[in-house]
Each structure stands twice: as structure tokens, then as C-alpha cells.
Design a protein around this ligand. Structure first.
Ligand code: PGA
Length: 261
């Protein structure tokens, strides 16, 4: 199959880290100080909502984009939704992209397909790009159900209104749930097979949708990133733990982009 040329990404998902605003600002400052000028792709940080404005401020005049980890399911831009931030609010403070459907949201917040569709629509409507996270559990993996599970998770894209006007605003992040934060990673050949399958499935929905970059996530670090970067089927990495220490993140990102050249 012909490989479509896509943009390359290294995204740091800070989750609910670090513990203080001062630490978040310092981490952002350290990352800003790294020379990413020659990289052939995009770097993005996704801090917790609490630290978002400060990290956006720190990253002014830098190549590093900043996004958020979630947006509200409600299309109301303001209102009585305790604990939620709307896509409009995120866009207004300068977030460029949002994660949707991270496995921790799916698990701890029981996010339904209906909610995920609404979140994607809200994000796109307000100009935010969407990193749609998908992934199988260990049980699915062991039962060889990975591809079925992923296709089901991707099938919600068929329901997203106005997706065809926003096809450059979508990234797929394949993150096996059993690889997240565990230090276990699949073989690159397994990831390639999955990514090819995702690509083929997206083609069945819309040929342009299949141009979306497909990232791998789950225990990526500075030591193993090169093996993923070598694959033409892997357009980027979504990084949790290894994005929390500036020099480790820098070395990971530089290795990734140097390998992609
Ligand atoms: P990890 O997290 O790199 O710590 O495994 C990845 C993610 O959950 O996005």
C-alpha cells in the first residue's frame, strides 16, 4: 500500500502532573529553552486545565504548541456544568488541540460513544484540532480482538457532523491500554500492522480522513522512540511519563525527528 506523506508529531500528555503551578511553569520554561528550531514536525504539550493558561503564556513565540486533555461534551459554551470546560473556553484561552477519548477518561469517567462524538464536534466547531485516542485492553489483546475493538472505537467518526470540513484537524493516537504507564510496549511490527489497519478502515469512511497522522502511545521513552520513529507507519508519539522531565522529553523528541528525516 502506498504511504501518504503525513506530518510528524511528538505530543506530551502531562495528565494530572506536576503537583504545583510553579513546577508546571518551570517545566514549560525548560522545554521552551530547548532548541527545536530544526525539527521537521510539531511538538505539543498538553498540561492539566489548571496549568493551561500559564503554559500557553510560557510558550509564546516558541515552536511548541499547547493543547488540552479534554473538552466538555455539552455544546453549550457556558452554563451549569460543574467541573467542565467548554471547547469555546479552551479555544479562547489559546489551546490549539484537545485529546478526546484517552483511555483514562474512558475508564474513570465512563465516557460513552455519544459523549465522544459530541466532544469531537464541539472541538472542531470551535477551531480545536482533535487527537482521538483509541486502544485495546490486555484482555482484548490476548483474545486477538484488537482490530475489532479499534474499528468500533473509530466508527464514531462516521457520526461526527462536519468532519469532512475539518479533515486536517484530526490525529489518531493508538494507545494499547496495557502499554500505558506500564513499561511494556508492543513490537513495532504489531504497531505497524495496527496502524495500517486503522489507515485502511479510515479509507472506508473517507479517503481524506485516511490522511490523518496516526501516532503510537504507551510507555514511549528516549530509549525506545527510535524504533517507533523508524517505521513509516508511525507518524508520531503520544508521551505521558517521559514528557515530565524536560531533558528526557527533549532527547526523545530530537531522536524522533532526527530518525524521521
Ligand atoms: P505513558 O502514557 O507514556 O506514561 O505510557 C501515554 C499516554 O497515556 O498518553
Amino acid at each position: 500500500m502506498q504511504k501518504v506523506i503525513k506530518s510528524n508529531w511528538v505530543i506530551g500528555n502531562w495528565k494530572s502532573n506536576p503537583s504545583s503551578l510553579t513546577q508546571a511553569k518551570n517545566l514549560a520554561k525548560e522545554i521552551k529553552a530547548i532548541d527545536f528550531d530544526k525539527i521537521n514536525g510539531q511538538i505539543m504539550l498538553m498540561p492539566t486545565n489548571l496549568h493551561l493558561t500559564s503554559v500557553i503564556d510560557e510558550m509564546q513565540n516558541s515552536k511548541v504548541l499547547v493543547g488540552c486533555q479534554d473538552v466538555s461534551f455539552t455544546s453549550d459554551t457556558i452554563g451549569a456544568y460543574t467541573g467542565d470546560c467548554s471547547a469555546e473556553q479552551m479555544q479562547a484561552i489559546g489551546a490549539k488541540w484537545t485529546l478526546v477519548g484517552h483511555s483514562e477518561r474512558r475508564t474513570y469517567h465512563q465516557e460513552s460513544e455519544k459523549q465522544l462524538i459530541a466532544k469531537i464536534e464541539n472541538a472542531l466547531k470551535n477551531g480545536l484540532g482533535v487527537v482521538l485516542c483509541i486502544g485495546e485492553t490486555l484482555e482484548h489483546y490476548e483474545k486477538n480482538q484488537t482490530l475489532n475493538v479499534l474499528q468500533k472505537q473509530l466508527s464514531i467518526l462516521k457520526e461526527v457532523q462536519k468532519l469532512e470540513n475539518n479533515l486536517d484537524k484530526l490525529i489518531i493516537a493508538y494507545e494499547p491500554v496495557w502499554a500505558i504507564g506500564t513499561g511494556k510496549v508492543p513490537q513495532v511490527a504489531e504497531v505497524e500492522n495496527v496502524h495500517q489497519n486503522i489507515h485502511e478502515y479510515l479509507l472506508t469512511i473517507n479517503a481524506n480522513l485516511a490522511k490523518s497522522p496516526i501516532l503510537y502511545g504507551g510507555s514511549v521513552n528516549a530509549d525506545n522512540v527510535e524504533t517507533f520513529a523508524k517505521s513509516d507507519w508511525i507518524d508520531g508519539v503520544l508521551v505521558g511519563g517521559a514528557s515530565l522531565v524536560a531533558d528526557k522529553f527533549a532527547s526523545l523528541a530530537k531522536t524522533f525527528f532526527a530518525t524521521k528525516k
